[in-house]
Ligand binder design. Structure first.
Ligand code: BJW
Length: 252
């Protein structure tokens, strides 16, 4: 698909032009065009070689902290060298347009790469934390690591006698309370909910689209492939977010 092939329904544009509150939920697909692998791509995905249970759980960290922290540090280093793509840029422009006209905009992201913020998005809620934040297992003290050099050893020791772990949310862990509060408030008040580049299989993030629909919001999906949410939304646009979103935002 190319830019010329992207078709945005007029009725959908009209709904977006008049919305008083827009919530966008993003997933790994939005960063794929920046060179960051998604999770569930069978061949190239982040979990292609491993079972997620071996990497993205507190038990995995407990059992093999060296393997888990090395994997996360490799991903952190990759992220520090990646740039936002046209999909991230379009979402930052969408926020500016919506806010300029006096409506509200919230970007809920499951991504841990901070590329939305790098593109200029302002009202971003990180549901699954960030790869760039690491915290001490003993004190909970958290620090940002933007330096593109690897930790000296794995697992990295903290200054306080504990270990450093990535500030992401693993399976079985609760999402950050403040992020959940912000997401609940935004979803309950929105009249348009867009789900972009997520497989919509990880909860509670996947639940927000259904909640929005229950509250009579219009729902939109942008994804390369069908998801469990595709048949449920009002409009489903198949394609890469880096190609669809610039066309969509330009048409508003
Ligand atoms: C493109 C594209 C392009 C490609 N353009 N599109 C209810 C029911 C069942 C289970 C549960 C439930 N509630 C809770 C659970 C358990 C669990 C869960 O959801 N399990 C399911 C897998 C079944 N959830 C949790 O444990 C959550 N915690 C929780 O609920 O706490 C309360 C609790 C505690 C204890 C017991 C019970 C409840 C925490 C979930 C944390 C998820 N963490 C991860 C890892 C983060 C760290 C890391 O980065 O390693 O977050 S998992 C992983 O999946 C990551 C992602 O944020 C998340 C979502 O993935 P995403 O972003 O959708 O990526 P993909 O790869 O799946 O999809 C990419 C999509 O993009 C695809 O659709 C492509 O087609 C598309 N695409 N290129 C557009 N260019």
């Amino acid at each position: 698909m190319s830019f010329e092939d992207v078709q945005i329904p007029d009725a959908m544009l009209e709904v977006m032009r008049t919305a008083r509150s827009i919530v966008v939920m993003t997933g790994a697909g939005v960063s794929a065009e920046s060179g960051i692998p998604t999770f569930r791509d069978a061949l190239e995905g982040l979990w292609a070689k491993y079972d997620p249970e071996d990497l993205a759980t507190p038990a995995a960290f407990r059992d093999d902290p060296a393997r888990v922290t090395r994997w996360y540090d490799e991903r952190r280093l990759r992220v520090t060298s990646c740039r936002p793509n046209p999909g991230h840029d379009a979402l930052a422009r969408l926020e500016a347009i919506v806010v300029e006209r006096g409506s509200s905009f919230t970007l809920l992201t499951q991504n841990v790469d901070r590329l939305h913020q790098a593109a200029g998005s302002r009202h971003v809620v990180e549901l699954h934390g960030s790869l760039l934040e690491w915290r001490c297992t003993k004190t909970g003290e958290q620090r940002t690591y933007l330096d593109p050099t690897p930790f000296e050893s794995y697992p990295p020791p903290s200054e306080h006698g504990g270990l450093l772990r990535p500030g992401v949310v693993w399976f079985g862990e609760s999402l950050p309370a403040e992020a959940v509060r912000a997401a609940d408030a935004a979803v309950s008040a929105c009249d348009v909910f867009m789900s972009i580049g997520t497989s919509s299989v990880v909860y509670p993030a996947a639940e927000y689209l259904y909640q929005a629909r229950e509250n009579s919001a219009w729902t939109i999906e942008v994804n390369l492939d069908p998801t469990p949410a595709s048949h449920f939304v009002n409009w489903c646009i198949a394609g890469k977010s880096g190609e669809v979103l610039p066309v969509l935002v330009a048409a508003l």
